[in-house]
Ligand binder design. Sequence first.
Ligand SMILES: [Zn+2]
Ligand SMILES: [Zn+2]
Length: 231
Amino acid sequence: MKKLFHVHTFRCGHAEEVPDEEYIKRAIELGAEGIWFTDHAPFPGDPFGNRMLYAELPEYIDTLQALKEKYRQQLEVHIGLETEYFPTFDKAGYYRELRENPGLEFLILGQHMAEDVPGRYTYSWDRERLKAEEYLALGAAILQGMESGYFEVVAHPDRIYRRRKGWDDAMAQMAERIIAAAKKYDLPMELNEASRQRKNQYWEEFWNLAQGRVKMVRGLDAHSLEELKIL
Ligand SMILES: [Zn+2]
Ligand SMILES: [Zn+2]
């Protein structure tokens, strides 16, 4: 099946300013059979940037549901969100709330930052610490997120190493833990097209370890019409 998986919308504030319908029209032009929208999930109280406001979530869902209905004969439109796993929001019941939202079909785990102690996040760390330890915190959060059972796909797991310059044994150990968990929970891991285009975000070493052991899915991480393509 020709799938367009992992597509963002203008609501996140760092994607092309076009209506969602334009992505669907382009998808049809490309001959896709399905498109999976996964914009960045908001959180109650709007504590994080680079995503829609919490109050905008109903409009995101309503708009995509109307388009799903309108284009039903031409392609499948799937409505999901990409989100980090944060223990504090899990305890507060937020992931459960998202999973119980009848308008949302699925969540993907995209761990762009981590909550290292309750209420504190890795973006508050200094550069040296991020370089040395960010991948350990992101990896630990991915492991917790996989175990939580809320997610269908692990987005760009190898992006945790984005601040690393070369592969080493400690990085391989974290990779092994993530791969083992993906196998245990039968969760596909995403080969991310946007990561491939950027320095230090796509790690062959990681995928060589994963090869043949876990399910993989290819994702676009599209933030513009131009980035929609059949892989
Ligand atoms: Zn984004
Ligand atoms: Zn994404």
